[in-house]
Design a protein around this ligand. Structure first.
Ligand code: C5P
Length: 314
């Protein structure tokens, strides 16, 4: 029988490195409750991972460094305000080692676009550093660290289609059948997530509205169980649409352009400004995409399938 040969790491001249792919997300439903005393809002949401990806490459190094290329690269900070940097530091601290790693981000997810690109990078950094450093942590351990980094980071680890409660960090899988065809319209400028939540609070207060406990409607869960894109299109909901379009009225034109091109449903993605459109099939998606390409409020259009797998090693 073959002798057991221990893994001695990279051969001379080889850089030890791993690459993790992480999906973007849309919220098929995003129900926002009252402002909590910790500055967050209670949410009931249905996360859906889609086939737009960031990749995180982690290579052995003496100190921590972050580099970046791709979609929106110039807006990505390369210091300790980057969520991937913080993820590496948090993991290193947790297992009691130095955070020596060079993280290289390849962005396919728009920056400040409401598709959780920064959270994807954090989840990717956790999985990549965990593999590179051989920490032996479980997925549950990583989930706990992910929740400390941001509300959307646990779902980026998880992927698929899942309910999110609490501030979004508590994840429960949802039964979803089939594949959905999505079109995404990226806007010219990003939107700040806290600014959109604040605008929601301001609009509610101005209208004398009392925020109620958040919840997800049965129609949406039924549509997912049935894998029925027509039902799903009619059931898409996002409480952040009103505040985001209040801050950025041009988003109404984007949503309308997709609707007129035959989308089964239109949706602001997360806190925006990315707009998401559900199409019946690949042909319908191409028609919606072509119409959006011509809209002046749109910077770029991408097509993707959902659901997609969560953060995983390539
Ligand atoms: O958790 P994360 O750092 O991604 O959240 C960014 C900001 O979004 C928070 O500081 C808060 O203003 C807002 N937010 C919220 N309620 C949530 C999630 C985020 O108000 N459930």
């Amino acid at each position: 029988s073959a002798a057991y040969i221990p893994d001695e790491g990279p051969r001379p001249g080889e850089t030890e490195s791993v690459t993790v792919r992480v999906p973007a997300k849309v919220n098929l439903a995003l129900s926002v409750g009252p402002l909590r005393s910790d500055g967050y809002h209670d949410l009931a949401t249905v996360f859906h991972a889609v086939g737009l990806f960031d990749e995180v490459n982690a290579a052995a190094a003496d100190t921590l460094a972050v580099t970046c290329e791709g979609e929106g690269q110039v807006e990505v900070p390369l210091d300790d305000t980057n969520l991937a940097w913080r993820a590496a530091e948090l993991l290193a601290r947790t297992v009691g080692r130095s955070p020596g790693v060079r993280l290289h981000l390849t962005k396919g997810i728009p920056v400040a676009g409401g598709m959780a690109g920064g959270s994807a990078d954090a989840a990717g950094a956790l999985v990549a550093c965990d593999a590179l450093w051989g920490t032996g942590l479980s997925r549950d351990d990583l989930h706990v660290l992910a929740a400390q980094l941001g509300s959307d980071v646990p779902f980026a680890l998880h992927g698929g289609t899942a309910m999110g409660t609490g501030r979004g960090e508590q994840i429960t899988p949802v039964l979803a059948r089939g594949e959905f065809h999505w079109v995404f319209a990226f806007a010219h400028d990003g939107l700040s997530t806290p600014a959109v939540f604040h605008e929601l609070d301001r609009l509610r207060e101005a209208a004398g509205e009392e925020a109620t406990a958040p919840g997800v409607e049965d129609e949406l869960l039924r549509a997912l169980r049935a894998g029925d894109s027509t039902l799903l299109g009619a059931a898409l909901r996002n409480d952040l649409t009103r505040p985001a379009t209040s801050l950025r009225p041009d988003l109404r034109a984007t949503l309308q352009a997709g609707r007129e091109a035959g989308a089964l449903g239109t949706l602001l993605s997360g806190s925006g400004p990315t707009c998401a459109f559900l199409a019946a099939d690949a042909v319908a998606a191409a028609t919606v995409a072509a119409a959006l390409e011509a809209a002046p409020s749109v910077r770029a259009v991408r097509r993707a399938l959902g659901p997609a797998a969560g953060a995983h090693l390539l």
